[in-house]
Design a protein around this ligand. Structure first.
Ligand SMILES: [Zn+2]
Length: 179
């Protein structure tokens, strides 16, 4: 199974410590406007094997209906540039703000050089797990968390569910061969 952590609003040392203590790699879908005050914070995760991926500059959850192709491309390609500048690696994965995407967005994602759009099957939220299918984690599931004030409680819920399911956490990029 795969762990993904989004946005980057709350930058707590506890989140770095929890991933390191449990030796878990994650794909971090970060938003420029949320992390630009302290982008360096996320380098600690990269040193542990996690990767920074693309979650746009603006996090406009209505961009597929409000914006045309060109404006979406600017928001997505701009995050690519920011990630390369800050972290020295070109993101390969894209997660749409809010999860919804359209044909124009798919074209913009491809034009920006990204390899895949990633959604999720389960999420850790307000200290508990929410499943789109069934009531436990399954092999291949992608779990969504956020860098929020509830990080420790969300992480505890995720970790308990992962161990209960007997699943190993693998870096999604490594599994797909698009690091
Ligand atoms: Zn988000």
């Amino acid at each position: 199974m795969f762990l993904t952590i989004d946005d980057g609003a709350v930058k707590s040392p506890e989140s770095v410590r929890l991933l390191a203590a449990n030796d878990l790699p994650a794909s971090l879908f970060l938003t420029k406007n949320t992390i630009r005050d302290k982008p360096g914070f996320f380098r600690a995760f990269m040193e542990q094997g996690s990767l920074v991926e693309n979650h746009t500059i603006s996090h406009n959850v209505n961009m597929t209906t409000q914006w045309g192709y060109q404006r979406q491309l600017e928001d997505i390609a701009g995050m690519q540039e920011f990630a390369v500048q800050e972290y020295g690696r070109t993101p390969t994965l894209f997660r749409p703000p809010g999860g919804a995407y359209s044909t124009a967005m798919r074209q913009a994602v491809a034009a920006a050089g990204l390899k895949a759009i990633v959604t999720w099957e389960a999420k850790a939220n307000v200290g508990r797990m929410d499943y789109q299918y069934g009531n436990s984690l399954r092999p291949g599931d992608i779990v969504l968390m956020h860098f929020r004030a509830d990080f420790s409680a969300d992480f505890a819920a995720f970790r308990a569910a992962q161990l209960a399911a007997g699943l190993e956490v693998v870096l999604l990029e490594e599994f797909l061969g698009i690091q």
